[in-house]
Design a protein around this ligand. Structure first.
Ligand code: SF4
Length: 118
């Protein structure tokens, strides 16, 4: 999950962890939440299983990044909001709106700008 620097700072304050302990920079230089080696899920997901359908709880729910709040809405290649195919619960969500697309585009723009500033 990509996140902004402000979101990573908030998570660091919330958890007491150094930002480097729960993020990495992907090939495009974008700050991204790390996955746990064992569960292959986000390091903040409380689960013992690597099964994507397994139960799990976010341990930083109140401080989770905006991308987590808007998930399973994601941007398609042509910048439309779509439901992520990888989400096992996507049928439970209504179709994304134009507002969802605008929110996701604003977030993406901010994250890309930050990655270019480094
Ligand atoms: S909602 Fe929580 S557990 Fe899920 S990706 Fe976001 S921070 Fe990680």
């Amino acid at each position: 999950m990509p996140l902004t620097k402000a979101e990573s700072a908030r998570l660091a304050r919330r958890t007491g962890m150094a930002v480097e302990k729960f993020t990495w920079k992907n090939e495009q230089g974008i700050l991204t939440l790390l996955n746990d080696d064992k569960t292959r899920a986000c390091v903040f997901l409380l689960t013992d299983s690597s099964d994507t359908n397994a139960e799990g709880m976010c341990s930083v729910y109140d401080a989770r990044p905006k991308g987590c709040k808007t998930y399973p809405y994601v941007l398609s290649k042509d910048d439309a909001a779509i439901l992520d195919d990888g989400c096992p619960h996507k049928e439970q969500f209504p179709p994304p709106s134009d507002d969802d697309a605008a929110t996701l585009l604003n977030l993406e723009e901010r994250i890309l700008r930050e990655s270019q500033d480094d």
